[in-house]
Design a protein around this ligand. Structure first.
Ligand SMILES: C[S@@+](CC[C@H](N)C(=O)[O-])C[C@H]1O[C@@H](n2cnc3c(N)ncnc32)[C@H](O)[C@@H]1O
Length: 242
């Protein structure tokens, strides 16, 4: 069980008995959560599983977006998984980029550190993005298949945080599953439910449903530069400009 304090100054008392744990909470800031979306448990198999189910769709959706990366830019990657994207980025720009790679899973970070990033500068940060602070304002932010792990409250908070870290006119590469009344076939609902059940069984993912992040971007005045759909419109890749 993970008990995460958002505000370290807040007092909290935790008592437990043999029968059941009793929590006395002094604050609404305490998040009690057994699932924090950390992919440690499946880090070594994640890419194989992804390719088995989605073939190369998850990869293609992200690789296509890389043509929008400006030369010599500063890039924040959140939830990059095993780090294969770093090698794809290095194929386009072998040098000149300043990358910050924030990943909550220590195993994913270890795999990512083995990637060939050529001469780009990469800072690996093994933290949940919620706990990552920076003074840098980035040219580009990548969140590939990040938000579909989150419950609404966390998604909203992380969006606000990342919005602060992105320059005016900066680009945000969003890739996520997409399912709504307009594009919802039975197999997508079934697949989505199966995925959430699988990750719940492993105790990884907190979300029960997809959050529509689109409205967050539109409310903040982002413009869409490109929107592409993959895997029968089940995967949505959007380039937003702030
Ligand atoms: C669905 S996987 C996607 C991995 C990769 N983007 C890809 O497409 O292959 C989500 C990744 O986000 C990471 N993650 C989840 N919550 C996170 C958080 N709050 N901060 C940073 N990374 C997070 C997980 O550990 C996992 O590696």
């Amino acid at each position: 069980m993970c008990i995460k304090l958002k505000d370290q100054s807040v007092k909290t008392k935790v008592y437990s008995t043999f029968e059941s744990p009793v929590l006395i909470l002094d604050t609404q800031y305490l998040i009690l959560n057994t699932m924090n979306n950390n992919y440690d448990k499946i880090a070594n198999h994640y890419d194989t599983l992804s390719r088995l189910v989605f073939f190369k769709s998850q990869v293609n959706a992200q690789v296509n977006q890389l043509q929008y990366l400006p030369k010599d830019s500063s890039v924040l990657i959140v939830g990059g998984g095993t780090g294969w994207i770093l090698e794809e980025i290095a194929k386009i720009y072998p040098s000149g980029l300043k990358l910050v790679y924030v990943e909550i899973s220590a195993k994913m970070i270890a795999l990512s550190q083995k990637r060939n990033c050529k001469s780009n500068q990469v800072e690996f940060v093994n933290l949940g993005i919620e706990d990552f602070g920076t003074d840098i304002v980035f040219d580009v932010i990548l969140t590939p298949f990040l938000f579909d792990n989150f419950a609404e409250q966390r998604a909203a908070k992380v969006f606000d945080q990342l919005n602060e870290y992105l320059k005016k006119d900066g680009l945000w590469f969003l890739v996520d599953f997409s399912l709504n009344k307009n594009n919802g076939n039975w197999w997508k609902w079934l697949l989505l439910k199966s995925m959430y059940s699988f990750f719940k069984l492993l105790g990884i993912v907190e979300a029960n449903q997809l959050i529509d992040m689109h409205v967050y971007f539109l409310n903040e005045g982002y413009k869409i530069l490109e929107r592409r759909m993959y895997y029968g419109d089940f995967i949505k890749a959007v380039i937003f400009k702030k």
